[in-house]
Design a protein around this ligand. Structure first.
Ligand SMILES: Cc1ncc(COP(=O)(O)O)c(C=O)c1O
Length: 589
């Protein structure tokens, strides 16, 4: 019998599938056709261990990407087999009759998997982005020697200030040594897209503020839902409806625990943070905010937390008041408190600024707002992936976030609302699911959360969100937060070595968001140059124009970090920016 570490073997495939040996032969033929996969194909034909996935959960043979098949030496399927890892985890994985229950995933922190010797994409040899003469620059020798993955040939002549990479600097040494509590290489292997190559080079994903990448367990969980559980929820008597409802409601319970909400009925599924804020504005807002009432926000807000309130103000005659920020990008709490008064109905504030990374004093702000009887909405879109959130400790009345910024799919998000508020708030959309009884004369609405979930929700995506929360629980939010702060310090120090670079947003309380401008280069040019170096950042106003204008600028370049980012990636960013500056000076001289 051929079994792998977790005890799954070819013999234990679910009933109804072809003979294991036939499967192995077919797989061997398939994988053998992939470039460089001969030895795996041979292993399979000889009955080598098969990765313990539910056999009917489909796995795409290759992931489409800009690089094309020729640029992808190892397809996701290939490396997945080689890693031989279980794919599912999740509390809701109750075995169903006749289908393989998703087996649990070992915690990446508890059971680190070391990279196989020689694994990882080869050092690319690509013409420099600027296409100018290449020469050895002394300042880069350390980077090049220590970082085979990112040792790009310098693309411009001239002196470059050296930045020592992490393992050469004692204060950051721990970052790359991968303490057992957080082995970043193990984490990275959970995210297949991080093995993607763009134009033949390894992808450096530093655009996590826009969206995060998805671990294999989330991708597989969604596939499992559609392969084994798909049905509409709550509405039918059949088995699949029960499975889908279990999976969907189990995701709600996971979100409840993740936010430390008091009850699942306080968790409403929506499309994302934007829809969540609009829901509160159009339901609770219309019901409770009138002429001359005041809504307080801050200069840090994303447009999603400005425009819905402006719309409500123009409908109702209410006023929008804006709490200022200081030069570091932190809200000036005394000024904020001065804005509060008997007319304040709502404070709506971000917990983390998407443009600057500032962690606001949301708890303190909520307490001050409550002293005036105002309600508080906290926009957690940029907070949830970086820190543990506790809505009861924040004592906010509403909390919103988007799944896609939390390693979950797009199309799913959450509004948390305190039960007494949700239960007395009128729904904003009418339709199926949100009713208890309908006649032509009158409709009786359902209780929360159903009353805010009219129509069919994004069921598979909600289940994917539950899987993303499972994943983060296995890693541990405290580990994530600690790691990211260390990486933030490392990145800040590294970026400060780039001539003419100014970081915008230097608050003491910050998450891993590094927005900057580069003297003499437009932000789009920087973004474009970095893109050609296969480094994904965001360049622009990041849907937060007011806070940029507060700093006298229209846009920044933003590198935003997540748990899977490494010092090597920061080094690659810094090296590219240094090359860009050298090239610019060379051009101008
Ligand atoms: C702070 C903040 N709030 C709200 C949003 C809106 O999120 P979504 O576009 O997922 O609805 C974002 C998106 O970047 C954000 O950063």
């Amino acid at each position: 019998m051929s079994t792998n570490d977790s005890g799954w073997g070819l013999e234990s495939l679910p009933p109804g599938l072809p003979d294991p040996e036939v499967l192995a032969r077919l797989a061997a033929g398939f994988f053998g056709a992939l470039p460089g996969a001969r030895e795996v194909a041979e292993g399979l034909a000889a009955g080598a261990p098969l990765a313990p996935e539910p056999a009917s959960a489909p796995r795409p043979p290759s992931v489409p990407g800009g690089a094309g098949a020729a640029d992808a030496p190892a397809s996701p399927g290939f490396s997945f087999l080689r890693e031989a890892r279980p794919i599912f985890g999740g509390a809701e994985a109750t075995p169903k009759p006749g289908i393989a229950a998703p087996p649990p995933i070992p915690s990446p922190a508890a059971a680190p998997i070391q990279p196989a010797a020689g694994e990882g994409p080869p050092t690319p040899s690509v013409p420099s982005a600027l296409g100018t003469a290449e020469s050895a620059i002394p300042g880069f020798s350390l980077l090049e020697e220590a970082r085979p993955l990112f040792s790009y040939p310098p693309s411009a002549p001239g002196p470059v200030p050296a930045f020592e990479p992490a393992d050469a600097r004692p204060e950051f040494a721990a970052l790359n040594q991968g303490p057992r509590a957080f082995d970043v290489e193990t984490i990275r292997r959970d995210f297949p897209i991080l093995r993607e190559r763009v134009a033949g080079r390894p992808l450096v994903w530093l655009d996590n503020g826009a969206t995060t990448q998805k671990p294999q367990s989330v991708i597989d969980r969604i596939g499992y839902f559609y392969a084994h559980e798909n049905s509409n929820v709550h509405r039918a008597a059949h088995e699949l409806a029960a499975r889908a409802t279990d999976a969907y409601e189990s995701a709600r319970e996971k979100v409840r625990r993740f936010l430390n909400a008091a009850a699942p009925r306080e968790i409403v599924f929506v499309r994302g943070a934007t829809e969540g804020i609009n829901l509160v504005a159009q339901s609770w807002g219309r019901q409770n905010i009138g002429k001359d009432d005041e809504i307080v926000i801050s200069w840090l807000e994303h447009h999603a937390n400005i425009v819905p309130w402006q719309m409500l103000c123009s409908e109702t005659g209410a006023r929008l008041r804006v709490a200022p920020v200081d030069d570091s990008g932190q809200i000036v709490i005394e000024e904020y408190e001065r804005l509060l008064g008997p007319r304040t109905r709502l404070v709506s504030v971000t917990q983390v600024s998407n443009a600057l990374g500032t962690v606001t004093p949301a708890r303190e702000m909520a307490a001050a707002a409550h002293r005036y009887g105002a309600k508080v909405l906290v926009d957690g879109a940029q907070a949830v992936s970086h820190m543990r959130v506790d809505v009861q400790s924040l004592d906010c009345d509403f909390y919103v976030f988007s799944g896609h910024k939390l390693f979950a799919p797009t199309g799913i998000g959450v509004v948390y609302g305190k039960s007494p508020i949700l239960d007395t708030t009128r729904p904003w959309q009418g339709g199926g699911n949100m009713i208890q009884d309908v006649t032509f004369e009158k409709t009786i609405y359902n209780t929360a959360p159903a009353r805010f979930e009219a129509g069919t929700g994004s069921l598979g995506d909600a289940v994917g969100l539950g899987a993303a929360i499972d994943y983060l629980n296995r890693v541990g939010m405290e580990n994530v937060a600690r790691r990211e702060i260390e990486l933030l310090h490392y990145a800040t120090a590294a970026l400060e070595t780039v001539p003419g670079l100014r970081i915008i947003g230097t608050a003491r309380e910050k998450v891993g968001v590094l927005s900057f401008i580069l003297e003499g280069v437009r932000t789009e040019e920087v973004g474009d140059y970095l893109n050609r170096e296969c480094i994904a950042v965001r360049a622009g106003h990041h849907c937060a124009q007011p806070i940029h204008r507060r700093f006298g600028i229209e846009s920044t370049v933003r590198a935003s970090l997540a748990l899977y980012n490494t010092c090597e990636e920061i080094d690659a960013l810094v090296a590219a920016l240094q090359r860009l500056q050298v090239a610019r000076r060379h051009r101008n001289s």
